[in-house]
Design a protein around this ligand. Structure first.
Ligand SMILES: [Zn+2]
Length: 143
């Protein structure tokens, strides 16, 4: 009985003195998704969270403009989305386009009579729901 107690005591001390092992480098973002360690070290987040951060900089209606730019609206069948990729900005939409460009979802193109054309970027295409294939088409049709 005495032997057993002292043995239990030794085990207890051994556990108490046990040093924590080396901290494993996290391969998971705070959102729970796995991500390359390099990305997490550099950005502290996975690509999905980084994209979500960019989306939060947009205002209501900005994504509608992006969808319109790509013909990615319910008016067109999905297989045709991205058949066009241009949008001639008007004064009312200028701020929205500025936000879309800042977030990396659109880029400025040529000007026409002091108005500016805009085109969706690849990530902008994907954000509106275009497949990789349709995004390629959209990037090709944009001048
Ligand atoms: Zn994440």
């Amino acid at each position: 009985m005495i032997y057993d107690l002292s043995r239990a005591e030794r085990q207890h001390r051994a556990i108490a003195n046990e040093k924590p092992g080396p901290v494993l480098q996290s391969k998971r973002c705070a959102c729970g998704k796995a991500a390359p360690a390099k990305v997490l070290v550099q950005h502290k987040k996975c690509h999905g969270c980084l994209l979500a951060d960019r989306v939060t900089t947009l205002h209501d209606g900005d994504l509608d403009i992006l969808r319109h730019m790509l013909g990615a609206t319910p008016y067109y069948p999905m297989v045709r989305w991205g058949s066009r990729n241009e949008y001639l900005v008007n004064r009312r939409d200028a701020a929205a386009l500025k936000r879309l460009v800042a977030a990396g979802f659109a880029r400025a193109g040529r000007t026409l009579l002091q108005l500016q054309y805009f085109h969706a970027t690849e990530v902008g295409c994907r954000l509106t729901g275009l497949t990789a294939k349709r995004a390629r088409v959209a990037l090709e049709v944009a001048p």
